[in-house]
Design a binder for this molecule. Structure first.
Ligand code: 13P
Ligand code: SF4
Length: 324
């Protein structure tokens, strides 16, 4: 066994730590994790762990959620600057003045930030309309929201509310997909995930032509015209469940490439093709075995949310977790 892995496993035991990994993490990071999952599964797991330390191999908002749900545990994020650009597309009260483009991806001009509104502005515009916050948001945004959701439960979360209208932040694609699947009127924020939003209708037509017998799965962070052409729309772990249960032998995978690891490992007799080869989230890939080792050894990169934000943010997360 390589030395780094041995050291991680030893330190994990010494410090009574649990390693959580999102489905998009590097293969070698997934391999040392105690639990791998989608955002909903990771939140549920983090809320119920019996340990002293949680090493969160994912992005900043995920480690924050773990800390919100388990304030008595030390939550480590191995790479402190592993953020989610979509989560940064909405602020509570002071709009960000600059937004950056991403290498290899042209942000559509109509969606270039700065965003002129804040969460408080939109709440003031629609008084009394509940805010459903995708977990891909910062803790202070969750604290100002009524309930959280993930890509696995957004429709159920909306249906759980008595109101006819809901504000859904920050992902416009997830909001439009939820709008199609509920009777609610969804007021959407104009954020997006640069990894999923780059997929076009042409990508689908090309992949279908190349793999005419494959079933196409897509993540709800993709654009509506892409989702309209997919066979199944679901979260990352939803794709794992669907591929396992399906009689089909071949699949086109419309999400970040990190999921390919589990899809192939858990279904050795099935074939998986990426919808696009550049669906790679640079932030999810920042975490390495070395950064996990360093964080555990030095107990550094602790994520802690101040109580005045943690308590209302936990309320929004708990409301979501109560929904079965
Ligand atoms: P899920 O794993 O919840 O589908 O989330 C996808 C994602 O983009 C996380 O950042
Ligand atoms: Fe954020 Fe998209 Fe990366 Fe997920 S895949 S962390 S939503 S940028």
């Amino acid at each position: 066994m390589p030395e780094t892995i041995e050291d991680i496993l030893r330190l994990k035991q010494e410090k009574n730590a649990v390693i959580l990994s999102h489905n998009y993490q590097r293969d070698e990071v997934q391999d040392i994790a105690d639990f791998i999952g989608d955002s909903l599964e990771l939140s549920r797991t983090a809320a119920g762990l019996d340990c002293d330390v949680i090493v969160f191999c994912g992005v900043h908002f995920m480690a924050e959620s773990a800390s919100i749900l388990s304030p008595d545990k030390t939550v480590l994020l191995p790479e402190l600057d592993a953020g989610c650009p979509m989560a940064d597309m909405i602020q509570v009260s002071s709009p960000r003045t600059v937004w950056k483009t991403f290498p290899g991806y042209e942000v559509q001009p109509t969606f270039v930030f700065p965003h002129e509104f804040t969460l408080r502005d939109i709440k003031a515009k629609y008084p009394g309309v509940p805010v459903v916050a995708y977990v891909n948001t910062t803790a202070d945004v969750k604290a100002e929201s009524d309930i959280c959701c993930t890509s696995a439960n957004v429709v159920k979360v909306m249906e759980s509310l008595p109101d006819e209208r809901v504000i859904c932040i920050p992902d416009r694609n997830l909001s439009m997909w939820a709008q199609k699947n509920t009777k609610k009127q969804v007021i959407a924020w104009d954020g997006f995930c640069h990894v999923h939003d780059r997929v076009t209708k042409d990508d689908i037509l090309k992949a279908r032509k190349e793999h005419p017998n494959a079933v196409l799965m897509a993540h709800p962070e993709c654009r509506p015209e892409v989702l309209d052409l997919a066979d199944h729309v679901t979260s990352t772990s939803g794709m794992l469940r669907f591929a396992k249960a399906s009689d089909a032998r071949e699949f086109i995978v419309g999400t970040e490439l990190g999921l390919m690891r589990r899809l192939k490992k858990e279904n050795p007799d099935k074939v998986f093709h990426p919808l696009r080869r550049d669906m790679i989230c640079p932030n999810m890939k920042k975490t390495t075995l070395n950064s996990v080792l360093k964080a555990l050894k030095e107990m550094k990169n602790i994520i802690k949310v101040p109580e005045e934000i943690r308590v209302p943010a936990k309320r929004a997360l708990d409301r979501m977790l109560e929904i079965k």
